[in-house]
Ligand binder design. Structure first.
Ligand code: NG1
Ligand code: ZN
Length: 548
């Protein structure tokens, strides 16, 4: 029939690269852009199928995030704005690796049957497409469109150049029946930012804090979008460096990944920025870290990573909850379940600090899909990876309660501390992206909270002192030989490797170390912590030798 011949005809125009085996990893398909045409075309088909299955709008983002500019990648945003449901990943792998159009067609037919996807035309697939600033994005976007259009009746909206979180936000908004343009996104961010700023208690406005922020845009889409936000913003002066307009290369010596891993200033920053609050975005603006340049240092920075952003958010949320719950007037009272989600890469000092605040801290394996799912189990769930990807999730149930509480309070005690706390929490839920970690909304929330607290970046950084840590990667023949358990903290295979690691750890004060296979690179990652840099380097090296 028509559908079959359309699929056969269009896929013959996108032959897969010979010999390449691709896999839908932690962040979708990622590879050198030159070999991605066929994969992107096929993910276009997959997205259309996903839309038919869920009877919802689906997103497709073309980006390779913090990887080099010659790479690219593609990932799917599910109806609620989150990552593609994990049970579809194996099918994504099969599609990408089908050797010829006929096999591809059989796979699709078989899968559609299994998933009870109907092509009767009662519902038309609808896809939002976005891409980052990579030059290869343009032709890959065309390939994606052709993939989507090989499902009869599918509708595609090219949303242009976007940050990854913007695309996820739009998908979520569309499926909630809300307005979902870029202007709506900016509008929501700016009005909720303004709301938190307007609610800062007067006595806190005498602050020590510098009103200037300098942002490293990684020469990517985030810098470009921040320039747009900046123009509409009041109460905060932002200067964007590495916006991409000066001709710098995407992610090269710049960006959140570089800054967090190397702990040195990004290109374009130096001694003239001493003491000033600085932030760095990654290539698709879903990661955010802060830093400051100490005086008379070489190029070393004082890094304020994802763990510390999480801690700042936790302090603020907790403060609002204790105001709101400390003096429950009226009869509609409820105590929020607040939870914090980290991975094994979280600095041990951050975990101690959060537990000390009385918070519930839980761990998941690496990868946003795990953290996000876990955080969604709380009324308010805060999750962050140390590398700066994270957000705060509010449950629908809690938000309805909060709305009702706010209405009740506004009639009995308009403008009270209690009501102000409720309003702040509501504003946070609108400012911070509910779909995925978002550097732009995260940055605005950090800025609003620092002003609220009257804290400088130094005051913030001193919440706790990071334990010295070291990350190494070891190239191995087969990374799947290492199997871990307990949120990747324990090696279960090969046998007895964990005992050997334990023996090394035991030699150090405050020693901690774990290994795991990377989900995005062909390596085993080694992480270690100890009380001094020298000790931690020794520990990491000896654990790496055990892996080799
Ligand atoms: P892998 O390669 O699985 O370690 C890396 C990051 C993750 C996440 C993904 C997706 C570390 C240690 N790992 O995963 O946190 O960001 O990339 O981009 O930072
Ligand atoms: Zn990213």
């Amino acid at each position: 029939d028509k559908q079959r011949s359309l699929l056969l005809e269009s896929s013959s125009r996108f032959p897969p690269p010979p010999g390449a085996k691709l896999s839908y990893g932690t962040a979708g398909f990622r590879a050198d852009a030159l070999i991605l045409q066929s994969t992107v075309f096929r993910v276009g088909i997959l997205a259309a199928l996903r839309s038919l299955k869920t009877q919802s709008v689906i997103g497709l983002m073309i980006t390779a995030s913090h990887n080099k500019v010659s790479d690219n990648g593609i990932k799917i945003a599910d109806p609620c704005g989150g990552m593609l449901s994990q049970d579809w990943e194996p099918f994504a792998d099969e599609l990408a690796n089908a050797p010829d159009p006929q096999t591809l067609l059989s796979l699709i037919i078989e899968f559609a049957k299994k998933e009870k996807i109907s092509f009767d035309g009662a519902f038309s697939a609808e896809i939002l497409l976005g891409r980052d600033t990579r030059p290869s994005g343009e032709s890959l976007l065309e390939a994606a469109k052709q993939g989507i259009n090989s499902i009869v009746g599918a509708v595609v909206h090219d949303m242009g150049i976007l940050t990854t979180p913007q695309l996820h936000w739009m998908v979520r908004a569309r499926n909630k029946g809300l307005k979902a343009t870029e202007a709506d996104y900016f509008g929501q961010l700016l009005s909720s930012f303004r709301c938190i700023m307007d609610l800062i208690p007067n006595e806190r406005k005498i602050n020590e804090i510098e009103d200037r922020l300098i942002v490293d845009g990684a020469n990517g889409v985030g810098g470009e979008k921040l320039e747009a936000v900046k123009k509409m913003l009041s109460g905060l002066v932002i200067e964007v460096l590495n916006s991409g307009k000066e001709g710098g290369i995407l992610n090269e010596g710049v960006g959140a990944d570089f800054v967090q891993k190397e702990k040195v200033v990004p290109h374009g920053f130096g001694s003239n920025h001493e003491g000033i609050r600085c932030a760095s975005l990654d290539g698709d603006a879903d990661r955010l870290v802060y830093f400051s340049v100490p005086s008379n240092s070489s190029s070393k920075i004082d890094l304020v990573d994802g763990d510390k952003i999480l801690s700042l958010f936790a302090v603020f949320i907790k403060e609002q909850l204790s105001i709101l719950e400390g003096d429950m007037k009226g009869n509609n009272n409820y105590k929020a379940r607040l939870g914090v989600v980290q991975t094994a890469y979280a600095n041990g000092a951050s975990t101690d600090y959060l537990k000390h605040l009385g918070l519930e801290v839980v761990f998941t394996p690496t990868g946003v899909k795990y953290l996000h799912t876990r955080a969604a189990q709380y009324d308010i769930g805060i999750y962050f990876e140390a590398n700066g990807h994270g957000t705060i999730l509010f449950s629908e149930h809690y938000l309805s309660w909060l709305e009702a509480k706010n209405n009740e309070l506004s009639s009995i005690s308009q403008g009270s501390e209690l009501q102000t706390a409720a309003l702040r929490l509501l504003a946070v839920s609108k400012l911070i992206n509910q779909a995925v970690g978002d550097a732009l909304s995260g940055l605005l929330l950090v800025e609003a909270i620092l002003q609220h607290m009257g804290w400088s970046i130094h005051r913030w950084s001193e919440l706790y002192q990071d334990l010295p840590s070291r990350q190494l990667k070891v190239k191995v023949v087969d990374r799947t030989a290492v199997v871990t358990a307990n949120a990747e903290t324990v090696v279960v295979r090969p046998p007895s490797l964990q005992e050997a690691i334990n023996a090394e750890i035991a030699k150090y004060t405050r020693g901690r170390s774990f290994i795991r296979p990377s989900g995005t690179e062909d390596v085993i990652r080694v992480y270690a912590e100890a009380s001094t840099q020298e000790e931690v380097d020794n520990l990491a090296n000896s654990v790496a030798e055990l892996v080799d």
